[in-house]
Design a binder for this molecule. Structure first.
Ligand code: SF4
Length: 466
């Protein structure tokens, strides 16, 4: 039998109708995650067509993108400040009730960012097809699921049919070897991958991250890596499930239990790519050579080691425009440049291990005068754990703000924004123009680098504070 990749195995197990030259494949979807921003049009489409949600039991809703992070607006009597956000929250509450979809509502102890709560609840499982109206659905690929973002119209299609029309992507092996040096994290690794293959390098492909370095990563680190696959242009990113995956999932509320767990394990152990499976493309990364990374431009591919100089302009207008937006020049080094805001959170780096890393730097130190540090946990579960471990106290003692969970400053839809012209070191995943607020200048980095920069008030190398 032909050796197959994990992607091929998951794809063929879900192919209801194979693609032809003229028509895409019909792909069955195991889990549909939804949130308040990309679902309203899809619900409206159902109403117009007189349709129901075909598999409400395979649909899970949460509130994250435009939800407030201030406790008084979530749990107190203070109304949600932004009208648009309040409307979206209300709409999802009404839609979920009308279409019988389970919703982790605003005050639900299980609420959080859609890509944090799926794994946390054990709803994300190896071998599944998972979609959501959010690009960073690729996060769930860390479990060996085929997971990708879809548009609002496709959200409607999945509601109505539990299937999706898709062209089969190609496969791309990203082989990572060598031990990550101290102070260099999974975030630095994925930024380095994007720097190497480029923001369009993975276009039309599903990336599979492999090798000893990947096998040694925790599930949270694997999620950080897969989360940013989309920033390399890829349709999705996957990591083969292994004992680390199974240990993470075991006992979680929505993971299979008892006999069903044993049956699932047997199936999951068959998922990894077969020896000799062929990929359409490949890249090699030596993790031992990596340094903490930081972006300097307006896409995640404009990235360099924190102490390196910005490459000079080569007469490329798009490059010059990006540098002009950021207020940088070719030949400059970012290290030591003053900053205004530090955001630690998002579906890339808002999990407990990310907060533990930030606290390692911030413990016993103070945030530099004039710098705003905003720490936003990825879920209420992460928040509770961070408070129980004393991490929240570390952030507050350092002078940081500690909030309720949500997407927050990753995209600023809830009003947590960065002022025009201000520099924000952010642990999120996109540094596009205006992503964190009109005119805001975003520098993507790891929780270590973000925390170190908050203390220094300037872009800092975290290795000097560890
Ligand atoms: S944290 Fe950012 S990238 Fe992640 S789901 Fe929210 S808006 Fe999307």
């Amino acid at each position: 039998m032909t050796a197959r990749t994990i992607f091929d195995k998951v794809w063929s197990a879900h192919e209801v109708v194979a693609e032809t030259r003229d028509t895409p494949a019909v792909l069955y979807i195991d889990l549909h995650l939804i949130h308040e921003v990309t679902s309203p049009q899809a619900f409206a489409m159902l109403r117009q067509s007189g349709l129901k949600v075909r598999r409400a039991d395979r649909t899970l809703a949460t509130l994250d993108h435009s939800t407030p992070t201030r406790s008084e607006q979530v749990f107190g009597r203070v109304p949600i400040k932004l009208d648009a956000a309040a409307r979206q929250v209300r709409q999802l509450e009404e839609n979920a009730a009308e279409f019988c979809i389970e919703l982790f509502g605003l005050r639900d102890a299980r609420r959080g960012i859609v890509h944090v709560i799926g794994p946390e609840q054990g709803a994300t499982q190896p071998g599944m097809t998972i979609v959501c109206g959010d690009s960073h659905t690729s996060t769930h690929g860390a479990f060996g699921a085929l997971a990708f973002g879809i548009g609002s119209t496709e959200v409607g299609h999945v509601f109505a049919t539990q299937c999706l029309l898709q062209r089969k992507p190609k496969t791309f092996a990203v082989d990572v070897h060598g031990r990550l040096p101290t102070g260099v994290t999974a975030k630095d690794l994925i930024l380095a991958v994007i720097g190497k293959i480029g923001v369009a390098g993975g276009t039309g492909h599903v990336l599979e991250y492999r090798g000893a370095t990947i096998a040694a990563l925790s599930m949270e680190e694997r999620m950080t890596v897969c989360n940013m696959s989309i920033e390399a242009g890829a349709r999705a990113g996957m990591i083969a499930p292994d004992e680390t995956t199974f240990a993470y999932l075991s006992g979680r509320p929505r993971a299979p239990q008892g006999g069903a767990w044993e049956k699932a394990l047997a199936a999951w152990r068959d998922l990894p790519s077969d020896a000799g499976a062929e990929f359409d493309a490949s890249a090699d990364i030596d993790a031992a050579t990596l340094a903490p990374m930081i972006t300097y431009g307006t896409n995640p591919g404009m990235v360099l080691p924190v102490g390196a100089a910005i490459p000079p302009s080569a007469g490329n207008p798009a490059y010059d425009k990006a540098l002009a937006y950021m207020g940088f020049h070719g030949g400059e080094t970012l290290l030591g440049m003053p900053i205004n805001v530090v955001f630690i959170g998002s579906c890339t780096n808002g999990r407990i291990e990310d907060l533990q890393a930030a606290a390692r730097i911030l413990r016993g130190r103070k945030v530099a005068s004039g710098v705003q540090l905003l720490v936003v946990p990825g879920s209420q579960e992460v928040k509770r754990q961070a408070e129980a471990e004393g991490l929240a106290d570390v952030f507050k003692a350092a002078g940081g703000e500690w909030r309720e969970s949500g997407c927050s400053m990753c995209l600023g839809m809830n009003g947590d924004t960065v002022a025009a012209g201000a520099y924000a070191v952010s642990t999120s995943n996109r540094n596009f123009e205006g992503r964190q607020g009109v005119g805001a200048r975003t520098l993507l980095a790891s929780p270590y680098t973000a925390a170190a920069s908050a203390v220094a008030g300037r872009i800092a190398d975290p290795r000097e504070m560890l």
